[in-house]
Design a protein around this ligand. Structure first.
Ligand SMILES: [Fe+2]
Length: 174
């Protein structure tokens, strides 16, 4: 491959340059699938501790979404010939432990998620940057697009619930 061809094959997204679109998508699928599977486990554990049936109902859907994102993106990674390699960062492990911790209240968990994503419309917005840059792999593009839409839905619900606790229009269950 000439340097000109190599340059043409480059994939630019999220202020990063990858050697190719495939390489960029495999790295993206790898990290997201690992984080989502981990979050699916954390939310599932939280359900067993959750004191408010309203919140618990939403968590049941959110936990399933996280788990199936992990599966669907992991499957696409395998179809592209990739292997799961992502090692959870200390930040990711810490968040999983926090959400799974029976000694942390529902309100504190919701608040922590709100601090991480104060504007739910922008949750995982980096994925849109990748979606927009994809030229060839439209299959992965649509998987990522719908994944991002799910995340906005989950984050919006949690943000609304948190705001109700914050304004006193909802009281945290004991
Ligand atoms: Fe997620």
């Amino acid at each position: 491959m000439t340097s000109q061809q190599a340059k043409a094959a480059e994939f630019h997204a999220c202020d990063k340059v990858y050697a190719s679109e495939r390489e960029a998508l495999m790295a993206t699928l790898d990290s997201i699938s690992a984080v989502e599977s981990c979050a699916g486990g954390a939310f599932a554990t939280w359900i067993t501790q959750c004191k408010d049936p309203t919140l618990r109902g939403a968590l049941k859907i959110i936990a399933e979404r996280e788990a199936y994102h992990g599966r669907a993106l992991g499957r696409r990674l395998a179809e592209l010939g990739g292997q799961p390699r992502h090692v959870l960062t200390p930040f990711e492990r810490d968040l999983e432990a926090y959400l799974s911790n029976p000694d942390v209240s529902d309100a504190d968990k919701v608040e922590r998620l709100h601090e991480l994503v104060p504007d739910p419309a922008h949750v995982v917005s980096f994925v849109l940057d990748i979606v927009d840059a994809i030229k060839e792999d439209t299959e992965t593009r649509e998987i990522l697009r719908l994944y991002q839409q799910d995340e906005v839905s989950s984050a919006t619900w949690l943000c609304n619930y948190r705001n109700q606790l914050h304004t006193g229009s909802r009281v945290a269950a004991e």
